[in-house]
Design a protein around this ligand. Sequence first.
Ligand SMILES: [Zn+2]
Length: 254
Amino acid sequence: MLKFERVNSFFFVVVLLVYTFEVPKFLYFFIFLVWLVITIIGSFHIRWNYHLKALHSNPHTNKKQVAITFDDGPNLEFTPQILTFLKKHNIKATFFCVGKQIENHPKLFNQIVNQGHVVGNHSYSHSNNFGFFSHKKVLDDVNKCNELIYENLNVNSNLFRPPFGVTNPAIRKAIAKTRHHVIGWNVRSLDTKIKNPEKILKRITKRLKPGDVILLHDTNKRTLVVLEQLLLFLHEHQFETTTVDKLFEIEAYV
Ligand SMILES: [Zn+2]
């Protein structure tokens, strides 16, 4: 798989060769363009592990299990509905919570944990500009969310999922300091973008296999509709559900 440093070294050698052979100038621009495209795609595809090592799935699991994850809550309108549904079906999931949402809804945040679900850090701000933050700003943002988790649970979160799944050198440097396990996904539902629940469900179930990590959001009504159908599918195909710490055999809290 492509890695940021390896790609940079490769392009450095290419530029040296081009320089040595005195080729037309437009080639420099072309080489830069190719480098830029690879780097942008790598930064937006957490599964490439382009900037840092993230856990996306565990195909080596010896159980027929998948992990359902919910991002961007706790959400006052939809998280309670999802919690009620999960409780009814005795399902445990992982919630990657946004710090400012924890700050606004601490009771709901505690309810998630009290129901036996696992929570992880999904940054404090979930800013649209998170991918452009300096390493110091990323560190402050992630630590701020961690502090809120600690205030509520008396434990430090050991799991981090970057907002939008974006990674870059600043995020890598910050996470090297916080020492979180970075958790990605390998089944992206696009439940915040696709309007039709059936299409979302199809995206999730078409190639679902043991060890997969499913990305959903507890921020809209569609997700609840999808969840109901997804649980029927899982039951029908004898899939169990688990939390990401158990799937990857790591500690959720330290
Ligand atoms: Zn998010």
